[in-house]
Ligand binder design. Structure first.
Ligand SMILES: [Zn+2]
Length: 100
């Protein structure tokens, strides 16, 4: 059976009839060639994928923390310099960034 090489899902669709090598995975948005495998391989890939997801999640948490730190430093800098005038658009953009 066909399985997604990224997440091990069997939920893959052949999206381009002219190109047999391009498939789409409904579970992880992967597009590209799929692999031929069985339940065992699918399970192995899935476990591997979930582990990677976990690692990425904890990584992005860290990145977010670093980002917040940088933003705060920038803010302090701006407050001391007090030279930059922010447009409404810019303020809104920054607020959006902070809320993420
Ligand atoms: Zn997938």
């Amino acid at each position: 059976m066909k399985i997604c090489p990224r997440c091990g899902s069997k939920n893959v669709d052949w999206i381009i009839p002219q190109n047999w090598s391009v498939w789409e995975c409904k579970d992880c948005d992967y597009t590209g060639p799929v692999i031929e495998g069985d339940e065992k391989i699918a399970k192995e890939i899935k476990e591997d994928y979930e582990l990677k997801l976990k690692i990425e999640k904890s990584k992005s948490k860290k990145d977010k923390k670093n980002k917040e730190k940088t933003e705060n430093q920038e803010k302090e800098y701006e407050e001391t310099e007090c030279e930059e005038e922010l447009t409404d658009e810019e303020i809104e953009r920054r607020l959006d960034e902070l809320e993420i």
